[in-house]
Design a protein around this ligand. Structure first.
Ligand SMILES: C[S@@+](CC[C@H](N)C(=O)[O-])C[C@H]1O[C@@H](n2cnc3c(N)ncnc32)[C@H](O)[C@@H]1O
Length: 241
């Protein structure tokens, strides 16, 4: 089993760098979130008491964006890093309907700490830290915590089908950073794609294999909804019988 404590996310400097710079170096982050919000709008009935779960919420960036347009009844944020959760609490201080849980995905799989089911389960850039078996276990876990008609959206990095394609995508990412950052910031951030590749905490699986796993578990409407290089938005829902 992979161990969160041994990963770079338990290093304070590493997680602060992410919070400071992710908005600059994540390609089309705004658009990935817009598509996610469109799915929320289209699939989650506005006249019900909606429960939302964010797995690996970081500093609460996504939920903050969601709350600008929607008013779910209850929100649960889970992250293995207490420092990330402290930042999420500070960002979301005005909202009283949020429960913050400091737990790793591995903790959830061995000792379920989530009660009931959720209408919308979101995760971004976190599940690729799990090995293939753990990913499948987590997807099953998510399915078991989805309400009838609930939707699961995962925005994550995936493994391209060849080394050549991966190099092309990493080049695309480098170009994005160069074209979307100030000269000074660019110097600091230009090595991010290579660092991502070299970091053994990152164990992405292919998009196809993850879509297959989701279908096998029972998710419906399983597809990739938006993609840029290695960055992919995919998921599925639990249709009521
Ligand atoms: C790249 S950040 C993404 C944060 C946030 N979802 C976002 O999109 O800004 C990855 C987050 O996943 C968390 N994380 C990584 N591995 C985890 C694990 N095994 N269990 C729980 N959280 C994990 C990290 O602490 C970090 O907050």
């Amino acid at each position: 089993m992979s161990e969160f404590k041994k990963s770079q996310w338990s290093d304070s400097k590493y997680s602060k760098n992410y919070r400071d710079d992710a908005n600059i170096y994540l390609p089309y982050r705004k658009q990935f979130i817009q598509v996610t919000k469109l799915f929320y709008k289209q699939y989650i009935p506005s006249n019900t008491k909606v429960k939302v779960l964010d797995l690996g919420c970081g500093d609460g960036f996504f939920i903050n964006e969601l709350l600008k347009s929607f008013a779910p009844e209850e929100i649960v944020l889970v992250d293995g890093s207490s420092e990330m959760l402290e930042n999420a609490k500070a960002r979301l201080i005005e909202h009283t309907n949020i429960n913050f849980i400091n737990a790793t995905f591995q903790d959830l799989l061995t000792n379920d700490q989530l009660a009931g089911t959720y209408d919308f389960v979101f995760s971004s850039l976190a599940i690729h830290h799990l090995n293939s078996v753990e990913k499948e276990d987590l997807y099953k876990y998510i399915y078991s915590h989805l309400s009838p008609n609930g939707y699961f959206i995962n925005y994550d990095v995936v493994l391209p089908s060849s080394e050549k394609l991966e190099n092309v995508y990493l080049l695309l990412w480098s170009k994005w950073i160069k074209e979307n950052s100030e000269k000074e910031t660019n110097e600091k951030l230009k090595g991010i794609p290579e660092q991502y590749k070299e970091n053994s905490d990152n164990v992405p699986d292919s998009l196809e294999s993850q879509l297959e796993v989701l279908k096998k578990i029972g998710f419906k409407n399983v597809e990739c909804y938006f993609k840029y290089g290695i960055f992919s938005l995919f998921g599925g829902n639990k249709q009521s019988e």
